[in-house]
Design a protein around this ligand. Structure first.
Ligand code: SF4
Length: 330
């Protein structure tokens, strides 16, 4: 892999967005890099990316990358997955602080202790993890799922095994309903999807007669009960694309998803469902993921310029690789 000789390639002072995009393009070329961007990052990053998608699509896209370097505009566990799939490539995450409240709600040591307790009780179970987990957690699991393939994988699991589902309790509860399988649920949740306000959703429905509600299954049941369509981000895109009649959609997921929906089906109107602050109960704009927001044009330019922050290979990635391949790439 080439060393990082690009430090003089650009002017450090120019921060105009168009100028930043030009710098990124030039640095990307020199670094022989591919940019992957999740639907929850800013629209301008989605526009400059080589691939956009949800976690599953991006994992599969990462598997096909031919360049030496991957810049992952997303959060830490996603970049880890890209590294697990591509051990010989340099995987850069524009900001190492871009974590995920959901992944952090299930630390590997606590999961290992809980699994041990279940085993001591004689429980015969499989551990199924939502992709929003650290690589250390993935290495402790039997299957990895995304909101796009969770139902299909869970329906394939042997009936004589119990299922421990981590870390998203809301997605787990939704999956129990649609698959009919009882599961042991880890009590984790996403800080973004947890805060959607039912009152504001109902008000928005009243104010927008004829609108349809599309909601991510990470939302609590109180929101899903009012949804006309429940699905992960790729399924949301397909749903709006298949509807030719112009429609107003109330969107209950991270607000940057609207950028991708508009590009996919511009005939429709999209209204974000507001969140509510848990501290005060006031309506707020916190349907924006603060971790995804750490991905900026400037951070992408700088990581290409300096060749860091980089996701480095960890010993437990080897074990996580088996389950990631079996679950996501086949
Ligand atoms: S939106 Fe939620 S699940 Fe997605 S990265 Fe942000 S905190 Fe994690």
């Amino acid at each position: 892999m080439a060393s990082w000789p690009y430090l003089q390639a650009t002017s450090a002072d120019a921060e105009d967005p168009l100028e930043l995009m030009d710098q990124i393009e030039a640095l990307k070329e020199k670094a022989n890099a591919t940019i992957l961007a999740h639907y929850y990052v800013n629209g301008e990053l989605q526009d400059i990316a080589d691939f956009t998608g949800d976690s599953l699509k991006l994992a599969r896209d990462a598997a096909g990358v031919q360049t030496d370097t991957i810049v992952f505009c997303g959060v830490h566990f996603m970049a880890e997955t890209a590294k697990i799939i591509n051990p010989d490539k340099r995987v850069l995450l524009p900001d190492l602080q871009a974590g995920c409240s959901l992944a952090e709600s299930c630390p590997a040591d606590r999961l290992a202790a809980f699994q041990e307790r279940l085993r001591c009780e004689g429980r015969d179970f499989l551990t199924v993890a939502y992709i929003n987990t650290s690589a250390a957690v993935k290495s402790l699991c039997d299957w990895i799922v995304t909101s796009g393939n969770a139902r299909e994988i869970i329906e394939r699991l042997p009936e004589d095994k119990e299922i421990l589902f981590v870390p998203d309790q809301h997605l787990g509860r939704y999956l129990m309903e649609v698959t009919g399988r009882t599961m042991i649920l880890w009590p984790g949740s996403c800080m973004v999807h947890e805060i959607f306000s039912v009152q504001d959703l109902l008000r928005a429905k009243r104010n927008n007669p004829g609108s349809l509600v599309i909601a991510h299954p990470e939302c609590p049941r109180t929101i899903l009960e009012h949804a006309d369509f429940i699905g992960g981000t790729e399924k949301m895109r397909r749903f709006v694309a298949e509807r030719s009649q112009p429609t107003k959609f109330l969107v209950a997921t991270e607000v940057n998803m609207i950028h991708s929906l508009k590009k996919t089906a511009p005939q429709h109107e999209y209204v974000p469902v507001p969140g509510i602050m848990s501290s005060s109960g006031e309506t707020c704009a916190c349907n924006r993921c603060p971790h995804m927001a750490r991905n900026t044009l400037q951070a992408v330019r700088d990581c290409l310029r300096y060749g860091k922050p980089e996701i480095t290979w960890q010993p437990y990635f080897e074990k996580a690789r088996d389950v990631v391949r079996r679950s996501l790439l086949n």
